[in-house]
Design a protein around this ligand. Structure first.
Ligand code: SDX
Length: 430
């Protein structure tokens, strides 16, 4: 990073020069790494709204323009012309694959979709009503107990093996978490099916009959995977980077990312959105909930609306909306009450000046929840599908950090507001 520019910070009797670096896209950054040593002060930025935690070449978001690039390619072009495993290759290796490279990569992933058979016992340790995300966190973390030959992060080959294993096995783990939850037998992956079709079949097939994957649903599923693949330094990706900075093995780092994604403010929003639609119940109750969303004294927020970075329409939501319309038309579920409420809520919120002023538009989770509901997934499976999709983003960012020779353990400081030193008081004297 050439630091031809700098900013001067005047602190009481000191002047500190802080280098400024210019990116290929987005805002300049102020390098404050020497600030504490030279100025004796910390910066203060809870939530990191003004903080770049790393430099990266993988994904770029322009929140004002509503733009999302993966290695420079706009998400709408990738969603239209590419498919998930090709986007995985792009995120992992930085370039679109040749035909031969793509075939080799797809074969590699396809031939690693099975789990060590001993792992099936892990699922049986959970209660049947365990949330599938709890199973995902547990089983992915446990992979470090099974795949010892891909846990040494200092070995590039082992990092590569762990990457492929995670991308290949997440659909099987997520599908089996669902099957276990509903009391049906596990369905094994098939090597003659593409990634999305394999996942749908593992979720919805039963041994009692043949299951034919509907190509429109497979395409919509693949598009959901693609649209959730990576998203800069969001909360769960930052969690994976921070976990990895201590040298933790890849499976433990991805389990940490899954745990963070579970929250309703993040990846849990698609489940929270459908639960909100269910609570609203009917179109005539929408104004009551919009009023609550505007009421500062009410903690209620419209799930599936708003975004920390996008202050314009989430470009993924635009593409997802097209898929939602296709799937609803195919499945003829326009009369599903939750989906009717969704359509009416979208229109009323977009027409409401409050949401326009605060730039609160439907985000990717609003429409993905609608599609998954229409496909027959229970809301508890929405976030596991998000986690499955985001695994490649977590892995790509994890890989990028480990390949940076200057990376070090993350260790934020704090603005301490607690008690200063005081002496212990014996219990008799308290
Ligand atoms: C994801 O980071 C990522 O990239 C995440 C993600 C990814 O791909 O990894 O994109 C995936 O997590 C999408 C977001 C899913 N979350 C939800 O749909 C939950 C509902 N949304 C909100 O909780 C909220 O919008 C956040 C958490 C997403 C963003 O929170 P911020 O940054 O605090 O929102 P903001 O600063 O932009 O809020 C501006 C104003 C505030 O009001 P004021 O204090 O200015 O008066 O808008 C209000 C907020 O109270 N507001 C909402 C709202 N979201 C923000 N009011 C009602 N409903 C909402 N959904």
């Amino acid at each position: 990073m050439a630091d031809s520019k700098s900013a001067t910070l005047r602190l009481e009797d000191k002047e500190i020069e802080l280098p400024i670096y210019s990116p290929t896209a987005g805002p300049d950054v102020l390098d404050i790494r020497k600030l504490y040593a030279q100025g004796g002060v910390f910066t203060y930025d809870p939530g990191f709204t003004s903080t770049a935690s790393c430099d990266s070449t993988i994904t770029f978001i322009d929140g004002d323009k509503g733009e999302l690039l993966h290695r420079g390619y706009p998400i709408d072009q990738l969603a239209e012309k590419s498919h998930y495993l090709e986007v995985c290759y792009l995120l992992l290796y930085g370039e679109l694959p040749t035909g031969e490279q793509l075939e080799e990569f797809e074969n590699l992933v396809t031939n690693h979709t099975m789990l060590h058979d001993q792992m099936t016992y892990f699922f049986r340790g959970f209660r049947r009503d365990a949330h599938p995300m709890a199973i995902l966190v547990g089983v992915v973390g446990a992979m470090s107990a099974f795949y010892h030959d891909s846990t040494d992060i200092s070995d590039p080959h082992q990092r590569e093996v762990a990457s492929i294993r995670l991308i290949a096995k997440m659909p099987t783990i997520a599908a089996w978490a669902y099957k276990y939850h509903i009391g049906q037998p596990f369905v094994y992956p098939r090597n003659d099916l593409d990634y999305a079709s394999n996942f749908l079949r593992m979720c919805f097939a039963v041994p009692a009959e043949e299951y034919e994957v509907n190509p429109i649903l497979a395409r919509a599923m693949d598009r959901i995977f693609t649209l959730h693949a990576d998203h800069e330094q969001n909360a769960s990706t930052s969690t994976v980077r921070l976990a990895s900075s201590s040298g933790a093995n890849p499976f433990a780092c991805i389990a940490a990312g899954i745990a963070c994604l579970w929250g309703p403010a993040h990846g849990g929003a698609n489940q929270a959105c459908l639960e909100m639609l269910e609570e609203i119940g009917s179109v005539d109750r929408i104004p009551e909930y919009i009023a609550r969303a505007k009421d500062k004294s009410d903690p209620f927020r419209l799930m599936g609306f708003g975004h920390r970075v996008y202050k314009n329409f989430d470009p993924r939501a635009t593409v997802m909306k097209q898929s939602a319309d296709e799937v609803l038309e195919l499945l003829g579920v326009e009369n599903n009450p939750k989906l009717q409420v969704a359509k009416a809520l979208e229109k009323q919120a977009l027409d409401d000046p409050y949401f326009a002023e605060k730039k609160l538009f439907p985000n990717v989770d609003f429409y993905s929840g609608i599609i998954l509901e229409a496909m027959g997934f229970p809301t508890s499976m929405f976030t596991p599908i998000f986690a499955l999709s985001r695994t490649v983003g977590w892995i790509s960012q994890w890989k990028e950090q480990l390949e940076d020779p200057h990376h070090k353990i993350g260790r934020p400081r704090q603005l301490y507001q607690g008690d200063t030193t005081r002496d212990y008081i014996d219990v008799e004297k308290r």
